[in-house]
Design a protein around this ligand. Structure first.
Ligand code: PLP
Length: 382
């Protein structure tokens, strides 16, 4: 039996064969040099520039120096939230945030630095932009929203919310962990910071990701992480120019190269084509799930309003046990539990037991989905 991987919301299972070949070639050919640290390290600088350019193309922006590479979405969110709020203020967050947002916010609150308020949402994760006005306080500095819930799949109305926030002079931070590379998304307009992981929709390696900043955000956010940059080393303070202001320490060049190569591939396929395939797969899965007795679907049942993420449960059945049977008896890889997003489960009414989450990628086939559906029916019959 061949394994079927349906856990794309967590991570893409592999880099494409062409990207893997290029990464191996790079490893075989290059000395391990360090951008900005020695003359030969210029090669690493070139890799980073290539990746910055690819990210700019993907998100439709023109400022490669405002693309910052980090170890991932979690590091990026910590750098932005703490860099902006360490000195105080209030922040509004959606009602379905990942712990990569919630835990830094809670740390800031516990330290007495900054306070936060969560938007309310319906059980399927839908948010009403009109509700934002009542949450804004005189000291509200920022709003942070995930673009799509990693539990419910629901796409949030970030455009409307960010437009309202911006009119009130509030910074807007978008966690695009579930949409970068798989959902049309353009930086600019009302977004001040866009966070992306490298290993999910971008299909690069794990341990790398980053963020893109507006000019105002790049000036206002303090460098939360500091250290050597290989530039202006005579000064004890971090450089004020980009990207060095936010890129201390030795870079993950192989990871950054994986982003460059994988994003170039995505640009060739086209994000619209990826979105359209994932939407079709999700729509088929949602439709078939509704025919399975006792199975409860959480999140939007409309694939045009969600990404390729579907959470299900069965009253009285343990989600972990269902996922374990899917894997042990049918070699189908899903993810069960709270998915690092307890808030989304509280909204959906599935806290603390959690759900079984199915998530699809561009490589997923309809046949794999049908096999998973049959397996789910078989598991639920036992
Ligand atoms: C919405 C969301 N934000 C943040 C993260 C954290 O990403 P990473 O673990 O790559 O840092 C995830 C990962 O699942 C996510 O789904």
């Amino acid at each position: 039996m061949r394994q079927i991987y349906l856990n794309y919301a967590a991570t893409s299972p592999r880099t494409s064969p062409a990207v893997t070949r290029e990464l191996c070639r790079f490893l075989g050919q290059n000395l391990r040099l360090n951008a900005g640290r020695n003359f030969e390290g210029i090669e690493d600088g070139r890799v980073a520039l290539r990746a910055r350019m690819a990210i700019c193309k993907l998100f439709g922006t023109d400022f490669p120096e405002r693309v910052i590479f980090t170890s991932g979405a979690t590091a990026s969110l910590n750098m932005i939230l703490k860099g902006l709020l360490e000195k105080g203020g209030h922040i509004i967050a959606s009602g379905v945030e990942h712990n990569a947002v919630m835990r830094p916010l809670e740390q800031l609150r516990k330290k007495g630095a900054a306070d936060y308020t969560l938007m309310s949402c319906s059980p399927d994760g839908a948010h009403d932009p009109e509700s934002l006005e009542d949450l804004i306080r005189p000291n509200t500095r920022a709003i942070v929203m995930t673009h799509a819930s990693n539990v419910l799949g629901t796409v949030l109305p970030v455009g409307e919310c960010f437009a309202k926030a911006r009119r009130r002079g509030i910074f807007t931070i978008l966690d695009a962990s579930q949409t970068a590379g798989v959902y049309p998304l353009f930086f600019g307009g009302d977004t001040d910071a866009l966070v992306f992981p490298g290993h999910k929709g971008l299909r690069g390696l794990a341990g790398v990701g980053g963020f893109v900043l507006s000019e105002a955000a790049s000036e206002q956010i303090e460098p939360w992480l500091s250290g050597g940059t290989g530039s202006v080393s005579q000064y004890i303070e971090m450089p004020s120019f980009l990207p060095d202001k936010f890129e201390p320490g030795t870079m993950n060049t192989l990871g950054i190269l994986s982003i460059a190569l994988a994003v170039e591939e995505i640009l060739e396929i086209g994000v619209e084509a990826i979105r359209s395939k994932e939407m079709e797969l999700t729509s088929h899965f949602l439709e078939e799930c509704q025919k399975i007795p006792r199975l409860r679907l959480h999140g939007s049942r409309d694939a045009s309003r969600s990404v390729a993420v579907v959470s299900v449960d069965v009253p009285g059945r343990d989600a972990g046990a269902i996922a374990a049977s899917l894997f042990e008896e049918h070699e189908i890889i899903t993810r069960s539990g709270l998915h690092c997003s307890p808030r989304a489960h509280q909204a959906a009414g599935t806290f603390p037991c959690g759900t079984v989450r199915f998530s699809f990628g561009y490589e997923t086939t309809r046949e794999e989905i049908d096999t998973a559906l049959s397996a789910l029916c078989a598991v639920l019959k036992t």
